[in-house]
Design a protein around this ligand. Structure first.
Ligand code: FAD
Ligand code: NAP
Length: 313
């Protein structure tokens, strides 16, 4: 049954930014409500080893996010399972509607809806999604035991996906549009040392081919970016790892955004173009996009919201 919730502070999103904002806001006695969205715990729940979270030499992404949720709940954050489908930022109090029919009204709002995987936009990619085409090796790698797979991209995600897939696949081809990776050096080194991974430089994916009944991927058509030549490649799975796009579609009509749909905040703060609305994490940040920087911004957003609410009273 749907409910009406009223709070001083509503936090939308349950990644590192959202949970950290919750912890700080709760310690400031704001009794915040946090709406988790369809991916409780955010992007780190679809990865395995996290090796750059301070204090943990290595921690599994889902475990880290479970701990953050437990921390937030234990300190009094009201964590609600719902997904916001509408927001009214023009009127006060702010109003958000959940997919469940829940209505949330709040004096201040922290947006921490993060980012989602980008797709190439090919019709064949769309056609085979979930049938051999994926953007999450942790979720789907298991289905490709003993088979040949391809990863597209040259950043940290692509390299981590490729390394993870070697646990299952017989061969992993990493297709990158340039001849240089942008992934961290340490990850590159692990990639080059792994005998199961074959980098294929200066190529882009043109089409994914396969069977219709049942739907399954059997290969790819790829183009050489240097000479334009085309060739085919056999594989059973394709993992697209070409970056992320901010989950800002609910807010773009009301808040100032910049190229790529990132929410604009006043430099050095988390204040958006509407007083009382704060934004943090990958929703704002196109540069660093790390768990620790998102958590840092979540902290800033909570402190900014505390100040705003104190001055509004
Ligand atoms: P996210 O983690 O993206 O969380 C967004 C949250 O918003 C989710 O809970 C979602 O459910 C919620 N949400 C979205 N829309 C709505 C809505 N309409 N209503 C309610 N809730 C909503 N960073 C590192 O520092 N180290 C790593 O090792 C690392 N590994 C990574 C591996 C992978 C595969 C990926 C994809 C990313 C990795 N990152 C890593 C980056 C890191 O995950 C992100 O920088 C970080 O999670 C961003 O945190 P966030 O809180 O801004 O948003
Ligand atoms: P990213 O760093 O933006 O890299 C995207 C990669 O995909 C780039 O190599 C890019 O090529 C390529 N690409 C983009 N569009 C393409 C297209 N249309 N066709 C073919 N290739 C395309 O994205 P990411 O790897 O997802 O990382 C996102 C953020 O999360 C980064 O800040 C990253 O550091 C962070 N992250 C961190 C870790 C970690 O710390 N261990 C792990 C994962 C992610 P070009 O290089 O030519 O631009």
């Amino acid at each position: 049954m749907s409910e009406n919730f009223q709070t001083d502070l509503l936090i939308i999103g349950s990644g590192p930014a959202g949970y950290t904002a919750g912890v700080y806001a709760s310690r400031a006695m704001l009794e915040p409500i946090l709406v988790q969205g369809i991916q409780p715990g955010g992007q780190l729940t679809i990865t395995t080893d996290v090796e750059n979270w301070p204090g943990d030499t290595m921690v599994l992404g889902p475990d880290l996010m479970t701990r953050m949720e437990e921390h937030a709940r234990s300190i009094g954050v009201n964590v609600i399972q719902d997904h916001i489908v509408e927001v009214d930022l023009k009127n006060k109090p702010f109003r958000a509607k959940g997919d469940s029919g829940n209505i949330f009204t709040s004096k201040a709002l922290i947006l921490a809806t993060g980012a989602q995987a980008k797709w190439l936009g090919l019709p064949s990619e769309d056609y085979f999604k979930g049938h051999g085409v994926s953007a999450c090796a942790t979720c789907d790698g298991f289905f490709f035991r003993g088979q040949e797979v391809v990863v597209v991209g040259g950043g940290n995600t692509a390299v981590e996906e490729a390394l993870f897939l070697t646990k299952f696949a017989s061969k992993v081809t990493l297709i990158h549009r340039r001849d240089e990776l942008r992934a961290d050096r340490i990850l590159q080194q692990r990639l080059f040392e792994n005998e199961k991974i074959v980098p294929l430089w200066n190529h882009v994916l043109v089409e994914i081919t396969g069977e219709n009944d049942p739907k399954s991927v059997t290969g790819l058509v790829i183009r050489n970016t240097q000479d334009g030549s085309m060739k085919t490649l056999c594989c059973s799975g394709v993992f697209i790892a070409i970056g992320h796009t901010p989950s800002s579609e609910l807010f773009v009509d009301n808040l100032e955004t910049r190229e790529g749909g990132y929410i604009v905040t006043e430099p050095g703060t988390t204040r958006t173009s509407i007083p009382g609305v704060f934004a943090a994490g990958d929703l704002v940040d196109s540069t660093y996009r790390q768990a620790v920087t998102s958590a840092g911004m979540g902290c800033m957003a909570a402190l900014d919201a505390v100040k705003f609410l104190a001055e509004a009273d």
